[in-house]
Design a protein around this ligand. Structure first.
Ligand code: EPU
Length: 419
């Protein structure tokens, strides 16, 4: 087990360079197996979720070579076989293999995917997409067997703009016969990154980034190159670190438009930022105004930044509110923040919190229950007085490349230890 130790209240100054997007890379890698030739994916972050996907690629027999941040994947040697439950339950994104294998071989056997325990996270919309295109789904215990004689384009209406269901439906439709139209599609930048990748291979997909995506099936996908976009959630998390305890902290290699909702909320609180085409510079400030945050699909306020933001809202003068509309169980960081001195109440239905500030935070022994809860506790630890120990920090390493090195380099007293 790993734990992160932080001695807080050290000013952060200098530059943090943001890595490639976890959630983009996690979709690009499975998408690569649709290609009939070798692909190269550049700027892949070195995080444990990527290692878990790599394990699936290797298990299936793909040839993977890695150099610096680039991953070359040759899927011509793949054998389409059942993906064991121990591997698929390691992460959510394992189900992108479900759709990529179905799209390529018209058959797949796999188990329910894993991922952070932040809600029920059903996969009904993905299965709806599979069925709409003509696949039969047999569900037994946790296992799914999905097959089709022919995949034929169809109109798919998603009940909610699910990132996973949008990407899964695209991956199945890319080589299907005729046109697929996804209505109420998710608009996240990661989807645009995946579609750019597939179009670079020769796919015919229009409308990514809007709520209607049209895919016309093609037979052959050729070799191509793609770069993973900057991780907007990692970027946002470090921007919040700068807001908490930064002095001209520069968050570099970002796409500011991707964190527009966060930037606007920070402005509402009273922050002035220096925003440039690919970086943002921020310093901490006192007398912050309380705000209301409602999590929404892109371009709304990202649920993945909701927990990190909570650490900052303890610094506002007055009552801030967070309304979490995406997940049912994404406040597991709150008891730990309260233990550190925050004054946060969770509503009875577990969908809203009220943060009363300003409260000073003190170091404590806390636990990362999930990735973004862990990120919140790192931020709280950075600003708290004294020592914070975050147990079960493996969750944090799933999504943050070199988090300890990056924070140390800007002045944080932070280390990770094996216990
Ligand atoms: N939903 C359904 N049925 C479905 C699909 C989704 O009810 O078939 C519900 C989910 O339960 C959830 C909501 O719809 O309440 C949104 O889920 P979505 O499918 O959009 O999320 P996801 O694809 O499972 C990705 C990210 C998450 C991020 C969400 C929302 C990956 C691997 N994961 O999850 O990232 O929170 O989109 O932006 O891309 C994280 O990085 O910490 C993380 C959890």
């Amino acid at each position: 087990m790993k734990q992160i130790k932080i001695i807080g209240n050290q000013t952060l100054t200098g530059t943090i360079t943001v890595s490639g997007s976890k959630n983009s890379a996690l979709a690009l890698i499975p998408a690569s197996i649709l290609c009939d030739e070798q692909v190269t994916i550049d700027n892949v972050p070195k995080i444990s979720d990527i290692e878990a996907l790599n394990e699936i690629l290797t298990y299936l027999g793909a040839k993977v070579t890695r150099e610096n941040g680039a991953m070359a994947i040759d899927s011509s040697t793949i054998v389409n076989k059942e993906i064991p439950e121990e591997i698929s339950k390691k992460l959510r994104a394992s189900y992108y293999f479900m759709s990529a294998l179905l799209g390529k071989y018209k058959k797949v056997e796999m188990y329910f995917p894993g991922g952070c325990k932040i809600g029920a996270r059903p996969i009904d919309q993905t299965l709806k997409g599979f069925r709409a295109l003509g696949a039969k789904v047999i569900e037994k215990d946790n296992k799914y067997t999905v097959f089709a004689d022919k995949l034929i384009g169809a109109r798919v209406y998603l009940d909610m703009p699910s990132v996973g269901a949008t990407i899964n439906t695209i991956l199945v439709a890319v080589k299907a016969e005729g046109e697929t139209i996804i209505e109420n599609a998710a608009k996240e930048p990661e989807i645009v990154n995946v579609v750019t990748f597939l179009n670079n291979m020769g796919a015919n997909i229009r409308g990514a980034g809007t709520s209607t995506i049209r895919i016309t099936g093609v037979n052959y996908l050729k070799k191509c190159y793609i770069e993973v976009i900057p991780d907007r959630i990692e970027a946002g998390t470090y921007v919040i670190a700068g807001a908490l305890i930064g002095k001209n902290l520069k968050i570099d290699k970002i796409i500011p438009e991707h964190i527009e909702a966060l930037i606007l909320k920070l402005k509402e609180m009273g922050f002035d930022m220096n925003i440039n085409p690919d970086n943002l510079i921020i310093s901490t400030k006192n007398n912050l105004k309380p705000i209301k945050v409602t999590t929404l699909g892109y371009p709304g306020f990202a649920t993945d930044l909701q927990q990190p933001m909570t650490a900052l809202l303890t610094k506002c003068n007055g009552e801030s509110i967070i309304d979490e509309t995406i997940y049912e169980n994404r406040f597991q960081n709150v008891p730990y923040l309260n233990q550190m001195g925050a004054n946060i109440k969770v509503s009875e239905d577990n969908r809203k919190i009220i943060i009363k500030g300003e409260t000073k935070l003190n170091g404590a022994k806390v636990k990362a229950t999930d990735l973004r809860a862990g990120a919140c506790l790192v931020l709280a630890g950075l600003v708290a007085e004294g020592q914070t120990i975050i147990e079960e920090s493996e969750h944090i390493l799933r999504g943050f490349e070199k988090i300890v090195d990056k924070l140390q380099a800007v002045g944080a007293k932070i280390e990770i230890e094996e216990i």
